[in-house]
Design a protein around this ligand. Structure first.
Ligand SMILES: Nc1nc2c(c(=O)[nH]1)N[C@H]1C(S)=C(S)[C@@H](COP(=O)(O)O)O[C@H]1N2
Ligand SMILES: [Mo]
Length: 229
């Protein structure tokens, strides 16, 4: 990608994050004196695991049992709703966006945690910045190709470690884990990250997703044992 284009995208992301900075500071992980984010960077001096979690070496598969098989030639990602400019990205557009690598933890509400997962992908804040959320935008719903939905307030969605990942542990993300592209939300329980992501819908109000409608916590903070509502 040409440097000036990348520069413009990064600028747009910084501006968008600035709008939500105060609210981001108030979320548990960022506001605590010792940040309880996810991944090795935030684990210094902290217990390794949120209460009630145990480490898994494997990687269990949890979903609704409808595994969509989307070839890259048909894959697209839409960002729409309360935005100035709806965006539709084909695979080649997505992969040309600024890429990020991060190592973070994956906490499932069913009590297993997978630690230190190396991920590669695009920050959710980048694709949101491309679409320019309206001033009144407050939340997003992410939709999977399987019909799954989950919701996030923008102050969570814009965190640096919230990624649209296409690579895990150096390999293309396996389809059973949401490939070609899924969302990860390392500071929240894993159901907040849609596998097989197809659409990021920007909203001016909160709207509960699949599990949030069925009794899972809307806020979903692992470090507060915040599992069910
Ligand atoms: N599209 C989609 N995304 C989803 C789900 C789903 O059923 N469909 N399940 C969620 C739940 S409940 C969990 S715990 C994680 C599991 O991810 P994994 O199967 O890669 O471990 O994905 C989340 N994202
Ligand atoms: Mo889950």
């Amino acid at each position: 990608m040409p440097e000036d284009k990348e520069g413009r995208i990064v600028d747009a992301r910084m501006k968008l994050r600035q709008r939500f900075q105060q609210r981001m500071q108030k979320t548990p992980s960022a506001a605590d004196a010792r940040p309880q984010g996810s991944g090795p960077a935030n684990r210094h001096g902290m217990p390794k695991l949120p209460v009630g979690q145990t480490v898994t070496r494997g990687w269990p598969v949890l979903d609704l049992g409808r595994m969509p098989d989307v070839p890259l030639s048909k894959w697209e990602l839409v960002v729409d709703g309360a935005v100035e400019e709806p965006v539709r990205l084909a695979w080649k557009d997505f992969i040309a966006l600024p890429q990020t690598k991060d190592v973070s933890d994956f906490h499932c509400v069913t009590t297993w945690s997978k630690l230190d997962v190396p991920w590669e992908g695009v920050q959710l804040s980048t694709v949101l910045a491309l679409a320019r959320p309206l001033p009144e935008a407050t939340h997003v719903t992410t939709h999977g190709y399987d019909g799954y939905t989950t919701n996030l307030p923008l102050e969570e969605a814009l965190k640096d470690d919230v990624l649209l990942v296409h690579t895990a542990e150096g390999q293309p993300l396996p389809v059973e884990h949401g490939g070609p592209v899924r969302v990860i939300t390392p500071q929240l329980y894993a159901w907040k990250g849609a596998k097989w992501v197809r659409r990021i819908e920007v909203l001016t109000h909160d709207r509960l997703g699949f599990w949030e409608l069925r009794g899972y916590s809307n806020t979903a903070h692992p470090w507060r044992d915040d599992r069910y509502s």
